[in-house]
Design a protein around this ligand. Structure first.
Ligand code: FAD
Length: 546
């Protein structure tokens, strides 16, 4: 069997090594048009910021290793130009010699990735304007920084790469403006969760311009100027375009293969394209969302690697491994914070018209009496039957571990009731006897079984003090640090003796700092005959909205 692979990084390199582990005799040829295979795309921003110091560290596997250990015929700087499906041949250009040649295949696996989106606006090809996709781009940006020593940069786009690059350019000593067309960064988070990042980015000196797009790039007397939809022009020595990626399906399209969502390469449930001898994986294909069951694009390394492995088994052995749905689990470092999410967020659920409930908690990352604990802000979305639809978390410590647990529970079809029962490892430096994930389970099941009727921060503005009692049960000292306008203060520990001050005919809307004492007050009120509701996530969530 002779298998050719197009693309030598996440999906392609995974496919190549899996093929060899399954078959000692197969002829495996890996074509990569760039200089490098199997490089650390995800590490590129950290090289530019100086955390990863050596260029060599970015290359995970050198071609020689793949040749020696896996007997893969690796051809770097070889671009596959076209596919002749009738004759099962590809035309390849050796970019070093400039010559074209043909190669036959029995099976072909495409993992060409995605290309950065560049809008058709003036000045996008100016000197000093970059996109970041591969090691060559990284070296180019690094060399430019070393030679030109720009004092300021504009990063356009507040997705994962844009935010990571904003941080890393700050680390590199530049003053950074981050321009994002939407009113929030990191679209996988809901706005109130992203607000934590907005504040943190600003605290670290990033000039964050939300709701602002780029209109073009011009040359001023002191370098580049980024024209913005606000009418402003921001001067910069370097402009980085991080405006998302589009599936690289040119080769497939020219070969007459079917295309799918947003020009991605269409594949069936076994990663076969419309030609059964050609498979496709990675950023170039669309995936089915595990929770929403809709087709979507999830350009992440984890899915690409797993798909490459599965497609290799199907192509070589005819194993019919099924295309795995994707849930978009992702994590991001933003200076001293970590943000992570899995599944669908509230914006997506609303767009898809899927019914949901939600809960917010802000527990400590580990036992509060052990030094160094810090709060994690968490949000979980779930259905009426308790199935978990998605979760998001932002904090300084222990964030990704909680989202990983939730990702696993979602993958296994678990419910909020399962979260209550999860037995997670505990010692004071790491967690609490009731882990934050358990807390999400408790609050969600309390909502579902009616033990804790809730209201949400976005409903606060419609509450009327004439028809409802608005109550903050924080301590008097805490109130001095902030409370919701219009809420009267009766600290929780004095509430029982003050119940006679509350009108039993009015519903009581309760808040506290993070929702825990509000829950206790709500229970007390309910058990004393009041209609009561607790603000999910308390004042902390309220302060993140709007
Ligand atoms: P790629 O890994 O992009 O590989 C495709 C390769 O195919 C390219 O090297 C390309 O040169 C080659 N190619 C294309 N056409 C041809 C042709 N005709 N002939 C020969 N070769 C060809 N994901 C995460 O999950 N976590 C992260 O933290 C993360 N950080 C990232 C940071 C950056 C800066 C970037 C750019 C991406 C990041 N990603 C991250 C995304 C992740 O890297 C991709 O999802 C993943 O690499 C996709 O794998 P792939 O095999 O589909 O494509």
């Amino acid at each position: 069997m002779k298998i050719c692979i197009v693309g030598g990084v996440a999906g392609g390199a995974s496919a190549a090594t899996r093929l060899r582990r399954l078959d000692e005799k197969a002829e495996i040829i890996l074509f990569e048009k760039g200089e490098h295979i199997s490089y650390a795309n995800c590490g590129l921003p950290y090289y530019l910021g100086g955390t990863i110091r050596h260029r060599d560290s970015l290359i995970v596997t050198k071609p020689e290793l793949l040749c020696k250990r896996f007997r893969v015929d690796v051809r770097i700087r070889n671009e596959v130009l076209s596919i002749n499906r009738q004759e099962k041949k590809i035309v390849v250009r050796d970019l070093t010699s400039g010559t074209d040649y043909e190669e036959t295949y029995d099976k072909l696996i495409l993992s060409p990735g995605a290309s950065p989106k560049i809008p058709p606006l003036p000045g996008m090809d100016s000197d000093g304007v970059f996109t970041l996709r591969n090691v060559t781009d990284t070296y180019r940006i690094d060399d430019y920084l070393l030679e030109n020593k720009p004092a300021a940069a504009v990063v356009v786009g507040g997705g994962f790469i844009g935010v990571e690059m904003a941080e890393n350019l700050v680390d590199r000593g530049l003053s950074v403006t981050l321009v994002e067309y939407a009113d929030q960064v990191i679209a996988s988070l809901d706005p109130e969760m992203a607000n934590i990042l907005h504040r943190h980015l600003s605290e670290h000196g990033v000039n964050l311009m939300l709701g602002t797009g780029i209109t073009g790039i011009s040359h001023g007397s002191h370098g580049l100027r980024a024209g913005l939809t606000s009418g402003e022009e921001v001067p910069a020595g370097l402009i980085l375009l991080c405006m998302g990626v589009a599936p690289d399906s040119r080769l497939a399209k020219d070969a007459g293969l079917d295309l799918g969502l947003n020009g991605s390469i269409a594949v069936n449930e076994y990663y076969e394209t419309s030609d059964p001898d050609i498979y496709a994986v990675g950023d170039a294909i669309s995936v089915t969302h595990l929770v929403g069951r809709t087709e979507t694009l999830v350009p992440l390394a984890g899915p690409a690697n797993k798909q490459g492995r599965a497609a290799a088994e199907n192509a070589l052995k005819g194993r019919k491994l099924k295309r795995s749905p994707v849930q978009g689990s992702s994590v991001l470092k933003v200076f001293d914070l970590t943000a992570a999410s899995t599944g669908l967020n509230e914006k997506q659920l609303r767009q898809m018209d899927l019914p949901y409930k939600k809960t917010y908690v802000h527990p400590q990352s580990h036992a509060s009496y052990y030094p160094g604990a810090s709060p994690i802000s968490m949000k979980m979305l779930f259905g009426d039957d308790g199935h978990i639809l998605g979760a998001q978390a932002v904090g300084a410590e222990g964030v990704e571990k909680r989202i990983d647990v939730l990702a696993a529970v979602i993958r296994l079809g678990g419910t909020v009731y399962d979260l209550e029962q999860l037995e997670l490892c505990y010692a004071p430096p790491y967690s609490s006897a009731k882990d934050p994930v358990n807390m999400l389970g408790y609050t969600a099941s309390n909502i579902l079984n009616g033990d804790m009727p809730v209201f949400y921060a976005e409903e606060v503005s419609s509450l009327d003090a004439q028809t409802a009692t608005l109550l903050d049960v924080s301590t008097t000292d805490e109130i001095l640090m902030g409370t919701i306008p219009g809420f009267q203060n009766i600290p929780l520990d004095t509430l029982r003796e003050n119940l006679n001050r509350l009108d039993p005919g009015k519903p009581v809307y309760v808040t506290c700092r993070v929702g825990l004492r509000g829950y206790l007050a709500t229970r007390m009120l309910l058990l004393n005959g009041f209609r009561a509701f607790n603000l999910s996530g308390g004042y902390r969530t309220y302060s993140l909205t709007g």
